[in-house]
Every structure is written in C-alpha cells, then in structure tokens.
Design a protein around this ligand. Structure first.
Ligand code: 13P
Length: 251
C-alpha cells in the first residue's frame, strides 16, 4: 500500500548546467518505470533548471536543506517560501548537516514543521554513528531522533513525511548495513516509534527509506524487507546507472 520511493541526494555535486544535462538524460527513463516514485535533490542553484527539465514527468525534485524562518536576516539561508512551488521534497536533518553544520534535533523539528506548513514533503534523516552502533546504542539513539523530529506534528502531518534511516558508518563508505540489519532497525526504532506516537494507521502510511552505500546491486535486498519502502541514495544517484537502481527497486 506504500508506493516505493527512491530519492537521489546529489550533495555538493554538479553545476546547474551539468545537473540539467544529467536530468534530461535520466528523467524520461525514470518516468517510464511504473510502480515507484523517484526524485532528485540537486544543490539549490540547480533546482529551478532541474525542475523545469523534469516538468511533465513524474520525477520529483527536492532540496537538501532549508531554514525554518520564511524571510529575514539569515545570511546564506534558503526559506520554505523560496522552495515552495519549485520543488516537492526537502531533505532535513541529514547526518552531514548534523555533524558538520551543528544541526540539532530541535532545529530539525522546527524545519519539519515549517516545511509541512509550506506544502513541502520532508525527508527526515536519522541514523547512528559507528561508536553508537558498536556500543549497542542504535535503537535508543535512533528512537530518540525520531521522537524529537516528530514532536508536535499532527497525525496527518506525520503521514505526509518520509523518513530516511541512514547509519552514518554506511554513508559513502561502501560498507552498507545488511538488509536484515537495516530492516530490523527501521521496524524497531522508526516504525514502532511512529506507531507509538501516531497510531498504527498513520505509521503504516509513512514511507521509510534506507540510506548508506545503496547501489543498483544491493537495492533489491533492501526492498525485500517489509518495512523498507525505498532508499535515499548518495554516490550512486550521480550516474546514469541510477535508472537501473530505481528499476531494480520495483519488486
Ligand atoms: P551514499 O549513498 O553515497 O552512501 O550516501 C548516502 C546518503 O548520505 C544519502 O543521503
């Protein structure tokens, strides 16, 4: 009942020209794949041109971050009102934002509420570090991140969100979590927590992605897990083989 969803997080890669050339190549191919939603999340500068290039296809566009205020003296920031109408999704709380740019659970929660207020679909990122994983703290840490991110949301607001479970030790390392491992954490630390917060109907409607060294070679394993509804893909979303990855995700 949940439509699978694969999103490409391009991170700080591709100029606007390169982004448009790439998306012109992949969008018609992605558009032809039935039974799955796909999206690309380019750097801010490329969003307008990429959005124009995918118009008329079912390929979605997302931003990689956003500030929660709508305007004002916030040098270097981009607001929800600037993204509204230009793209559909916004990645919030990515571990790189949390680790390198000081984002907190409280700030991520404010951003999620602001995104929802402006008709943007948040892709809410959670995930533990290697140290936390090895200390057996994954479940408590990830559950805490989910509770903090979803604080103050109504059931209908929660149902709109996408969650991406991305263990930090698996991001860009080629060391992906096993499908079973990822599926178990997503069930116990994300879906069960959402059930506790919002009830079963809402929790069952929320799409939960796995992220961390996902490739066209391993995506089918993840998709075979009942609670994994797709992937947030970094490196493998920058190449034309992203189309094969999306194709392989359709069960
Ligand atoms: P990689 O797919 O490159 O490991 O990156 C994952 C990620 O951080 C997506 O947001």
């Amino acid at each position: 009942m949940r439509t699978p969803f694969i999103a490409g997080n391009w991170k700080m890669n591709k100029s606007p020209d390169a982004a448009v050339a790439f998306v012109r190549e992949i969008a018609p191919l992605l558009d032809a794949i039935d039974g799955i939603d796909s999206a690309v999340c380019p750097p801010y500068l490329a969003i307008p041109a990429v959005a124009a290039a995918v118009a008329g296809t079912k390929v979605g566009v997302g931003a990689q971050n956003m500030y929660f205020e709508t305007s004002g003296a916030y040098t270097g920031e981009i607001s929800p009102t600037m993204l509204q109408g230009l793209c559909r999704y916004v990645i919030l709380g990515h571990s790189e934002r949390r680790a390198l740019f000081g984002e907190t659970d409280e700030g991520v929660n404010k951003k999620i509420l602001a995104a929802l207020a402006h008709n943007l679909t948040p892709i809410v990122c959670v995930g533990e570090s290697l140290t936390q994983n090895e200390a057996g703290e994954t479940q408590s840490f990830v559950s805490g991140q989910v509770r903090a991110a979803f604080a103050g949301l109504s059931d209908w607001q929660a149902a709109v969100c996408v969650v991406a479970y991305e263990p930090i030790w698996a991001i860009g390392t080629g060391r992906s979590a096993s499908a079973q491992q990822a599926g178990d954490i997503i069930r116990t630390s994300v879906r069960d927590v959402l059930t506790d917060l919002f009830g079963s109907d809402t929790a069952q409607a929320i799409r939960i992605q796995y992220g961390g060294s996902v490739t066209e070679g391993n995506i089918a394993d993840y998709m075979s897990q009942p609670d994994i509804d797709g992937a947030l893909v970094g490196g493998a979303s920058l190449k034309p083989t992203f189309v094969d990855l999306v194709r392989s995700a359709v069960i």
